[in-house]
Design a protein around this ligand. Structure first.
Ligand SMILES: [Zn+2]
Ligand SMILES: [Zn+2]
Length: 400
């Protein structure tokens, strides 16, 4: 395996300039859910320029793509995310996810070819992680059918992680909704009594939700914004909107929260004489990573001179649609540390967006790529390991 590792370093070093360019292109052109056209084109163009055939707009999604190398044997997929956040750009560092998975894909593909290994590796472009549930759409479209294992990684704050990375990261299940309140316009000065105030409904709902927050277990989260609050103070608003997320440790716990939240909004609408309508976002499940893949990953991180923690006891408050992938097949979603200076702000902060564009962060993503490629190659080389992954998976889900 050491031999492969040296090869990975050489392969990645050979492509480093282009990988840096791709990384910077994505970072400097932040694009939102399902609109990641520049990232999609940049990655696809690069893959084609180095000889891979690429399926653009894969599985019916405009900004997904797929590339595959190898033949026969097992099949592993690396997920590449590349979506950004409104207003704060690549503050989740998904440019680095794309870069690490792209580098791991090329390293694995070249190892397969050079050593005539029976097995296949895929790079799957997974758009819209930030609330759009791109991977849920891909799961529905069959993108993971026949795949033995799925690997990816996410950048994190070095000070918070306290090491080069963390292998098993808990994440929360998430339910999101857009709640629309419908009322009736009226002149706010002349005849406010003729209106039905949809802002009152939204404010009352927000207050109900805030009170509900005290009555839920400490490991559950609810957060909301009033995304539409009316047009002008002299018009009684006829239409307002709240966007909200609820999170719990397990997807099953969200059912009860959902009912209580519906009651908060319906009660508020009734009080204001309005009606309410719910539009539910795709549900994200919690991550249930493979311990067996994690153990291999940890071994390779050590042999590559990196210090990874195996797991943490306290949960992360974040959520990812990779959780849904982890419900369907053996997978991992470790985090690798990048440095955002003394601020220690973590993702979804403008300083993290700045850090995600540095050379140091890029180098961290390449180190991560080598560990991921070594882990991925293990899975392709070892049929017993692949069977073990599925035995572990079945045990985990059948014991529920
Ligand atoms: Zn994020
Ligand atoms: Zn993210």
């Amino acid at each position: 395996m050491t031999v492969f590792y040296e090869d990975f370093s050489k392969v990645i070093a050979r492509h480093e300039n282009e990988l840096w360019r791709v990384n910077q292109e994505i970072h400097s052109h932040p694009e939102l859910n399902f609109e990641e056209v520049h990232a999609h084109n940049t990655i696809c163009d690069f893959l084609e320029s180095v000889g891979y055939s690429v399926t653009r707009h894969a599985y019916g999604l405009k900004t997904s793509f797929e590339a595959e190398a190898g033949a026969g044997g097992g099949l592993i997929t690396y997920n590449a995310e590349y979506d950004a956040l409104p207003g704060i750009g690549h503050a989740c560092g998904h440019n680095l996810i794309a870069t690490s998975s792209l580098a791991a894909f090329i390293a694995t593909a070249e190892a397969i070819q050079k050593n005539q290994i029976k097995g296949r590796v895929r790079l799957l472009g997974t758009p819209a992680e930030e609330g759009g549930g791109g991977k849920i759409e891909l799961l529905k479209a069959g993108a993971y059918r026949g795949v033995d294992a799925c690997l990816m990684g996410h950048p994190a704050d070095r000070l918070l992680v306290g090491a080069d990375g963390l292998v098993i990261v808990p994440s929360m299940a998430l339910v999101g909704a857009k709640v629309t309140f419908h009322g009736k316009n009226a002149h706010a000065g002349n005849a406010p009594w003729l209106g039905q105030n949809a802002l009152d409904a939204a404010v009352a709902a927000y207050t109900n939700i805030s009170m509900l927050r005290q009555q839920v277990p400490p490991n559950q989260r609810i957060h909301a914004i009033i995304s539409k609050g009316g047009d002008k103070p002299n018009i009684i608003p006829h239409l307002t909107e709240i966007e909200l997320f609820m999170r719990a440790e397990a997807a099953a716990d969200l059912q009860d929260m959902r009912q209580r939240l519906i009651a908060c909004c319906e009660g508020a609408a009734t009080a204001a004489g309005c009606t309410v309508e719910f539009s539910w976002l795709p549900n994200y499940k919690e991550l249930r990573c493979s311990e067996l893949i994690a153990a291999r990953f940890l071994q390779h991180s050590q042999s590559q001179g990196l210090e990874y923690k195996k797991s943490i006891t306290e949960g992360s408050g974040a959520s990812t649609d990779q959780g849904n992938v982890s419900y369907e097949l053996p997978s991992i979603h470790p985090v690798f540390s990048i440095d955002d200076g003394d601020a220690s702000v973590g993702p979804h902060h403008p300083l993290f967006a700045k850090s995600a564009g540095t050379r140091l962060a890029f180098e961290a993503s390449l180190k991560y790529a080598k560990v991921m490629a070594a882990t991925g190659l293990d899975i392709l080389l070892d049929k017993e390991l692949r069977e073990g992954l599925w035995a572990e998976y079945r045990k985990k889900f059948e014991s529920q």
